[in-house]
Design a protein around this ligand. Structure first.
Ligand SMILES: CC1=C(CCC(=O)O)c2cc3nc(cc4[nH]c(cc5[nH]c(cc1n2)c(C)c5CCC(=O)O)c(CCC(=O)O)c4C)C(CCC(=O)O)=C3C
Ligand SMILES: [Fe+2]
Length: 371
């Protein structure tokens, strides 16, 4: 008996023979915390006090970041999704800052004879930290590894429906968690990782004038607000705010900080707030500490009813986004025309970053996956 659910044609993934999940990495036990922080901040001029403070966030959770388990769950979901679609590709995982390190993964891929892999990075937006630095890490990972595969980074997906739709649903669910009497008047705080303002200014292609990091977040926020309004009939006021500021105090980073923002909302008499961590693909430390712990405490002190929306995590639509981008890119590489899904006004993103995109504030370094 043929299986009626089986796809009638196996999707063509040529020229790829592997998929690589690229992530940040995080500590898994207390002894990992200091070496992890040293990996992240090497040569970055992060003040000692900031490092001690961030270390405490990790110790509060037993020295274990949630990020690696999030990646493991995502990997399992990805493998199941690809298999269900009849795609038989090995899926690898490598991190920028912790085991499994990208470089070790490269050696494994080379040993397995992988020729060309499509890379999905757990970071959705443009900026040096969130895109170009990963491209530099990929360069470093293959440098000197004999037989290392060719790596292609799958395009940015912040505006892909598979990323945005789970955020819309999560926003609706968080609104429903608020007491009924404050729901309609609640404001939505879209939260993302702060970066130095200079890094935002140099994000995106130079000829576009910079500012892509903030512009992309604003575009997604507008789509979410519009889709929520379609569902509820209420167009909530919204703001883009930031968490996890680091660096030296005299260096300007994107503001307002989420805690200052909550104070301002309370002062204005806003009855409630939903925090949507739109800058994070899953529950990273920034989400469980900076939002669920610190910002929630701020809201409580202010007597401001608050709820935090879930991140996409291993939502089936987000997991399927990897497959969609893989098949899209494979078709492009075979010279075929493709339809590229996107929402909002930015339009679908490029496959290879333009020259000079998201310039490294510390000077040019070699990177893969650019033109
Ligand atoms: C834009 C952006 C993202 C989002 C895109 C992406 O996901 O990549 C992101 C993600 C993450 N950042 C993370 C952790 C840290 N980031 C730090 C430091 C910094 N982040 C920066 C930016 C970003 N970071 C910047 C400009 C710095 C200053 C130093 C530098 O110029 O590089 C520091 C050092 C201490 C401190 O300074 O706070 C830590 C520990 C984790 C792991 C969390 C977990 O364990 O769950 C994740 C996912
Ligand atoms: Fe960070």
């Amino acid at each position: 008996m043929p299986n009626p659910d089986a796809p009638d044609t196996t999707p063509d993934v040529t020229p790829y023979d592997a998929v690589l999940l690229v992530s940040f990495g995080g500590p898994e036990k207390p002894e990992d915390v200091v070496p992890f922080l040293e990996n992240v901040t090497r040569g970055r001029g992060i003040p000692r006090e900031r490092l001690e403070e961030v270390g405490e966030h990790y110790y509060l959770f037993g020295g274990r970041s949630p990020i690696n388990d999030q990646c493991r769950a995502f990997l399992a979901a990805m493998r199941a999704d690809l298999a269900a679609a009849g795609i038989d590709l090995p899926v690898y995982w490598g991190n920028r800052n912790w085991d499994p390190y990208l470089r070790d993964t490269m050696a494994q891929m080379a040993a397995d004879g992988v020729q060309r892999a499509a890379c999905f990075v757990t970071s959705a937006y443009s900026s040096w930290s969130s895109c170009r630095q990963y491209r530099e890490n990929l360069f470093d990972a293959v440098e000197g590894v004999e037989g290392a595969p060719r790596l292609d980074k799958l395009r940015h997906y912040f505006n892909h429906p598979g990323f945005v739709e789970p955020v819309v649903d999560a926003t609706l669910a968080a609104l429903a968690e608020l007491p009924e009497e404050v729901r309609e008047g609640a404001r939505i705080a879209f939260v993302t990782h702060s970066i130095p303002t200079a890094m935002n200014d140099s994000s995106g292609p130079p000829e576009a004038g910079g500012g892509a990091y903030v512009a992309q977040h604003r575009d997604v926020a507008q789509v979410v607000v519009d889709q929520v309004a379609e569902q509820t009939g209420v167009r909530h006021g919204h703001d883009l705010v930031f968490c996890s500021r680091s660096g030296a105090p005299h260096v300007p980073w994107l503001e307002p900080d989420v805690n200052d923002h909550l104070e301002a909302l309370a002062e204005q008499g806003v009855p409630g707030v939903v925090m949507v961590p739109v800058g994070f693909v899953s529950d990273h430390m920034e989400v469980i500490y900076d939002l669920d712990t610190e910002a929630m405490e701020t809201a409580e002190k202010l007597g401001l009813p608050a709820a935090r929306a879930a991140t996409p995590g291993d939502d089936a639509r987000f997991v399927a986004t990897v497959r969609d981008l893989l098949l899209e890119r494979a078709a492009v590489e075979r010279g075929q025309e493709v339809a590229r899904a996107s929402l909002g006004t930015t339009g679908p993103m490029w496959d290879a970053c333009p020259v000079g995109c998201c310039a490294n504030p510390r000077g040019e370094r070699p990177a893969l996956c650019g033109r």
